[in-house]
Design a protein around this ligand. Structure first.
Ligand code: CMP
Length: 139
């Protein structure tokens, strides 16, 4: 079915000037951009966004990192886009991510407390609905 997903180009991606390259890959795959917004997220939004990781060791560093600069928040649409974007992104750990993927081609480990892996993508229809409502409440 046609789905929507929330994509975030994380602060490392924006800082490195990769936002355009990442959006290019999403569009080249054939997904449609529904909403795009560059903003620096506050810790309240980020703590809600990452609620499922609350209590993990990387939670506070993750929220700090995500608040460290602007992120590009994107809603993309298409047939099976949730799974499709996760395939484009590659595995969480950018060092081992397959070449051809965003993380595999453009990312690596920088030795920080958190995996700076360039992008986030919703992992299920339920997460997508929750995350889109959080980042784009008027959509
Ligand atoms: P994301 O898909 O945004 O979801 C949670 C994020 O936490 C993940 O990408 C990484 O940036 C980060 N993350 C996940 N696992 C770890 C880990 N073991 N150590 C550090 N950071 C992690």
């Amino acid at each position: 079915a046609t789905e929507r997903t929330l994509i975030l180009v994380k602060p490392d991606g924006v800082r490195r000037g990769l936002a355009g390259e990442i959006l290019r890959r999403v569009e080249a795959k054939g997904y449609r951009l529904v909403a795009v917004d560059l903003r620096t997220a506050g810790s309240d939004l980020l703590q809600e966004h990452y609620a499922e990781h609350a209590g993990k060791g990387f939670f506070a560093p993750l929220v700090d990192f995500m608040a460290s600069g602007p992120v590009l928040a994107v809603v993309a649409e298409g047939e099976r886009v949730i799974e499709g974007f996760r395939a484009l992104a590659g595995t969480t750990d950018p060092t081992g991510a397959a070449p051809g993927t965003i993380r595999g081609d453009l990312g690596r480990d920088w030795g920080s407390a958190v995996q700076q892996n360039l992008v986030h993508g919703s992992d299920s229809p339920e997460s997508a609905a929750r995350e889109i409502a959080l980042w784009f409440p008027t959509l």
